[in-house]
Design a protein around this ligand. Sequence first.
Ligand code: FO1
Length: 324
Amino acid sequence: MRVVALAGGVGASKLLWGLARAMDPSELTIIVNTGDDIRMHGLHISPDLDIVTYTLAGAVNTDTGWGISGDTFRALEVLGRYGRPVWFNLGDRDLATHIHRTALLASGATLTQAADSIRRAWGVSAAILPMSNDPVPTIIVTSRGEMHFQEYLVQHRAEPEVLDIHFEGIENARPAPGVLEALDAAEAIIFCPSNPLISLGPILAVAGIREKLWDLRERVVAVSPLVAGRSLKGPSDRMMAQCGCEATSLGVANLYSDIVGTLLIDIADAPLQSAIEAVGIKVVVEPSVMRRDEDKDRLARVVLALFGPRAVAAPAVGQVMSSE
Ligand code: FO1
């Protein structure tokens, strides 16, 4: 069964890790947000592409959810000595990825080709596609002025009040090669539990993607990133409230009501079920917090099972299932 997942970074990658174990990963295509991409020290950094790649390779730093496990920060120390900004923590091994990507782009490769080169080198068999090869930086308009999303999130620790969100250049951004084709061919489309405004929002804003999902919504299952009105990682709850959206799974449903057939919500949100159904979305209530690997495996299998028994592979040898 061909499965397409729309993904941001840390929240998404936990479910993706489970999906890649619960199905044949070569049947999985992941369309990744690139609104978080930023240029630092002359290098093209694609945080969400890298988080997804490192996670599926089993190499991600599981304490932070980003960067490479066991990485050191010696180069960053020297960059600081030169007076360069060091608020964005680029590890030594991680820097090799950014150097490789930047060199490929400078030699005329596309971001799609760079992402593919990186995921192959890490032995990841799922296809990892940037949403677009055109730059679409996410700009946050805050009480302290306009800033790039990474400046808001990392440098300012998501403290400034969010007044508005722009995806710069979105009018001219085209879907990357393979994105619309993968959606067309998908038997199952999964929205990972990512921030609907700044992680899946940029993907859905690329010309043609939301429109394509209008026709496919019966095969779209979204996993809510909010549990009891709180995001488990990152500032989704605060951002949603500050942008005038209800910061609950019902608020998520409202943002997806034209493109999602089924929303999976946590058991803590069961009281929202009928309100969500009233916006025309079917609801599945399941434990959705992924703390341990067993939780990721379990949720991935629950999501895949919504598309029928064929979607879920037999557990790999040695794979632990929390329900067993
Ligand atoms: N997140 C942080 O909170 N602090 C960092 O210093 C940081 C560095 C970083 C370096 C490479 C990378 O791929 C991701 C990094 N992230 C960092 C994560 C990133 O800011 C966000 O979590 C994603 O963009 C949101 O998905």
